[in-house]
Design a binder for this molecule. Structure first.
Ligand code: BG6
Length: 486
């Protein structure tokens, strides 16, 4: 369902924030360049900054030059794109300042209005309330909420309850940009369009699953935000949970948004609770110390900011059990950390060993087959199989052979996840967005771990920046006789 050239007003609240500069505006620029935005669309940068239109254009031009791939930024395209850009000063804590926005909309012919809330979640309710008070919400309005929504189930429910006073559930797009990544969507295609995968996808054939999202960067000037959230709330509650759901869900009866969301929510409800009884054997939390990252010395999490104390984790590893028929006895090991050795996000499905080997000449035991779905740094999907070493040399010596799935692409540029998702909001397609009950269930599960950590039931470990995380994470999986895929 791609309705091209739809004219709409897209207001970015927090328009001068990091996410807007790095991802939202570059994605809108790409969409404009590729003719997905209607010519009469308008992009409203809503910010607390006092800045003239001219200076705003210069600022955005510089940011686009920094964050758009070099060969795609052209003066000619920017000169057309800038015609869509407007800057409006709104102070979120002062309702009167929304009057400017009201005046701006007065003569608007665009019925479709997208309010992208790229602010701290505590502002979501007041922004929605002000939009309603100024009668800036119509039937074609949508609101996009950036993750994480709240810091726990309670605050998330409070925020969602407020937003729902002004927007219907179908107008709310809760974004998790991992769902906009092509390879993540490819999980659905791979699982549900290939016959041979279907009978293999359960506990009789799969030994365990690993999900890793590691980043080499630190908190990149976002300490104020990050220290309130940590790896659990920033990454696990949303990105890693969504990946886990796509791997573990039952086949939906169609691609329709609610059918997919129904299946994801069932997975979240089947997650075995981790609480005081089992938290110490199933979770690891850690913070990075100074080290060498990508050839440079980098300070530790605390040193960088000159603070002496913080119990925020920059790394988390968890053994997750899914209590349902399909996944009984198949652990999902998930981990995510900042300042790790390399940027690497992947899902590895480890199949069980063959029941009996006839290849006696192989000194080592036969490797397990693996399906490796890599999201970063380079998206790919490969199936690791075994085959014979070619030639006369050795009789039936086995070697690992990778079968790679290269997705055919009609463009040289890899789309940003946000391009896909913004386009879906424009086209009113909620399939890749989280429904309220998904967010609630994900919080319920993470809350009890966060509680156990704040009760100090699991010691905070350290790891050196630029490494693979704490040794406790290696032990977490090693005690089950397994190891992380490197
Ligand atoms: C964001 C987190 O949601 O995802 C960041 O807030 C993190 O802390 C980022 O760096 C990672 O996204 P990606 O697409 O680069 O893996």
């Amino acid at each position: 369902m791609n309705i091209l050239n739809k004219n709409c007003d897209i207001s970015i609240f927090g328009g001068h924030g990091d996410l807007s500069f790095r991802k939202l505006l570059p994605s809108l620029y790409y969409l404009f360049k590729d003719k997905y935005l209607g010519e009469k669309s308008r992009i409203l940068i809503i910010s607390r900054k006092d800045i003239s239109s001219e200076d705003n254009i210069i600022l955005i031009k510089n940011k686009l030059k920094e964050f758009v791939e070099k060969e795609y930024f052209t003066e000619e395209c920017f000169n057309k794109f800038k015609e869509m850009l407007y800057v409006i000063k709104v102070d979120f804590s002062n309702t009167n300042s929304y009057l400017v926005l009201k005046n701006f909309y007065k003569n608007s012919k665009n019925e479709d209005r997208i309010n992208y809330l790229s602010t701290s979640p505590e502002f979501f309710p007041s922004i929605c309330k002000a939009l309603s008070e100024y009668k800036l919400i119509n039937d074609n309005s949508r609101v996009v909420l950036e993750k994480p929504i709240g810091r726990d189930l309670e605050s998330s429910q409070d925020i969602n309850k407020e937003v729902l006073k002004y927007f219907d559930e179908k107008q709310i797009f809760r974004i998790d940009h991992y769902l906009g990544k092509d390879t993540v969507q490819n999980i659905l295609a791979l699982r549900f369009s290939n016959r041979f995968i279907m009978p293999l996808w359960d506990s009789s054939n799969i030994d365990h699953v690993q999900i890793t999202v590691s980043e080499s960067v630190g908190v990149e000037g976002r300490w104020g935000y990050y220290d309130q959230y940590g790896a659990m709330r920033d990454m696990i509650q949303n990105h890693l949970m969504q990946l886990l759901c796509l791997i573990a869900m039952e086949p939906p009866c169609s691609l329709e948004a609610n059918n997919i969301r129904d299946e994801k929510v069932k997975v979240l409800r089947s997650l075995r609770t981790i609480n005081a009884r089992n938290i110490s054997e199933n979770t690891v939390r850690a913070q990075y110390k100074a080290g060498i990252s990508e050839g440079k010395s980098v300070p530790g999490y605390l040193e960088g900011e000159g603070v002496s104390q913080s119990t925020t984790e920059t790394f988390a590893a968890i053994k997750v059990d899914i209590d349902n028929w399909r996944w009984n006895g198949v652990p999902f090991y998930i981990r995510s950390g900042k300042r790790m050795q390399q940027r690497n996000s992947e899902i590895v499905v480890h199949f069980k060993e063959i029941p009996h080997s006839i290849f006696n000449d192989n000194d080592e035991h036969i490797a397990q087959n693996k399906l490796v779905i890599t999201l970063q740094p380079k998206e790919s999907i490969k199936l690791c199989l075994l085959g014979k070493v070619p030639g006369l040399v050795e009789n039936m010596k086995l070697q690992e052979i990778d079968l790679e799935l290269h997705s055919a692409t009609n463009t040289n540029r890899k789309n940003e996840a946000y391009e896909r998702l913004i386009l879906d909001v424009i086209n009113n397609d909620p399939t890749l967005f989280m429904r309220l009950d998904e967010v609630d269930e994900a919080w319920k599960w993470t809350d009890s771990i966060i509680q156990g950590w704040s009760d100090n039931l699991v010691p905070m470990k350290n790891y050196q920046a630029g490494t693979d995380g704490p040794t406790a994470a290696i032990q977490l999986i090693a005690k089950d006789g397994r190891s992380w895929h490197e």
